[in-house]
Design a protein around this ligand. Structure first.
Ligand code: SAH
Ligand code: SF4
Length: 359
């Protein structure tokens, strides 16, 4: 690994401090950020708006590193899943998701990227591929940003939305997430509207409160998956630490600080959390919060026993929530398997590597 710092992990203010220490100024930081994020410069010698002296200093201390693309699944205009290899050989994945076409065949130009925040995950939710092997490590800020830069470069698409719904628990890596959010939303960086950036969490209460304090406020999604402690305790170990009531206190606090609607994510798993009583309690909680419910019929994961309920039952669950006056979405169409459940491509790749090592 090079001793140089990957420039994709630094904010404009951080870079301005660096230049100031090297007898430069905020001007140099601005020019470099523009070259990297606006003009896709990948070689500092091409940053022509700063003098040779500063280009040399930049070169001495920084690199521009993108992860290696190992595999791309899916095709143009569909959801595309990227498997990346990091400089220490670990795998992560990200997904590029275009807006679904409207009934008249047109589609909005929304282009969402789902990014990973950690290698693995410590939270061990029972239905999730990402948590199967526990946490390996946090991603650095640069590794978070470089997923977006690499996908933008490979696909040629303009990214309009980012969701932290890939591998890992982003709020357990707040230290590296926070500057990444600055780079994603900074007008000098990737320049996305803060409300188009969504952090998803399984419910790390103190960190939800911390995220609420951010100046540049992003959207929040909660992986709820159970409307009561009884159900949540069965599938999400995090609930033994922060129970549903405490979680909703934090969500109400977030809502009081932030005008974006909070999304309650709810995977429907057959016989586990799909009783209609859960739908009623979920609707009641969502309503009080002014939240929005996103229902996700479970995607089967190799090695896990869970199943999705029938389409009819999923619709019944959805209608129960909806009829109680809550905005609700659910996608049922086929071919969704690639969309969710990040962590599965990596799992396959790791199995392949392990098998090759055995052979
Ligand atoms: N750790 C954070 C961010 C990851 S988000 C969180 O849990 O919110 C990943 C999303 O995919 C979560 O909502 C998770 O519950 C969901 N998910 C995990 N496994 C899934 C599966 N097999 N089918 C559908 N959704 C799944
Ligand atoms: Fe981790 Fe989120 Fe998967 Fe739970 S759902 S194991 S918190 S990535």
């Amino acid at each position: 690994m090079s001793a140089k710092q990957n420039i994709l992990g630094i904010t404009r203010d951080g870079l301005a401090d660096f230049f100031t220490q090297h007898r430069g100024s905020a001007f140099h930081a601005k020019e470099v950020m523009e070259a990297v994020y606006r003009n896709d410069v990948r070689d500092f010698s091409k940053v022509e708006s700063i003098t040779e002296r500063y280009r040399a200093i930049l070169n001495e201390h920084f690199s521009i590193e993108l992860p290696q693309i190992v595999k791309v699944q899916g095709s143009e205009d569909t959801t595309r899943k990227y498997l990346f290899q990091l400089s220490d050989g670990r795998y992560i994945e990200s997904v590029l998701i275009p807006a679904t076409p409207l009934e008249d065949g047109t589609r909005s130009n929304r282009m969402t990227v789902c990014v990973s925040s950690q290698v693995g995950c410590a939270y061990g939710c029972k239905f999730c591929a990402s948590g199967l092997d526990g946490l390996t490590r946090n991603l650095t800020t640069a590794e978070i940003i470089s997923q977006l830069v690499a996908i933008r470069e490979h696909s040629g698409k303009v990214i309009t939305n980012v969701v932290f719904m890939g591998m890992g628990e982003p709020l357990a890596n707040f230290k590296n997430l926070n500057p990444a959010l600055d780079i994603i939303t900074g007008h000098w960086g990737l320049h996305l509207a803060p409300r188009s950036v969504t952090v998803s969490t399984s419910g790390l209460v103190p960190m939800i409160r911390k995220l609420a304090e951010r100046e540049n406020q992003v959207s929040l999604a909660i992986s709820l998956h159970g409307a009561t402690d009884e159900v949540r305790d069965k599938i999400m170990p995090v609930n033994s630490k922060w129970q549903v009531a405490e979680l909703f206190d934090a969500l109400h606090y977030f809502a009081s600080k932030n005008k974006q609607r909070i999304t309650l994510e709810y995977i429907l798993i057959k016989g586990i959390n799909d009783e209609l009583e859960q739908a009623e309690i979920l609707a009641e909680k969502a309503k009080k919060l002014g939240g929005f419910v996103n229902l996700i019929p479970y995607n089967t994961v190799e090695g896990l026993e869970w199943e999705r309920p029938s389409d009819e039952h999923c619709k019944l669950f959805r209608d129960t929530v909806k009829n109680l006056g809550v905005m609700t979405t659910m996608r049922l169409e086929k071919g969704h398997d690639i969309d969710a459940a990040c962590g599965q491509l990596r799992l396959k790749e790791m199995k392949k590597t392990a098998e090759a090592a055995k052979a």
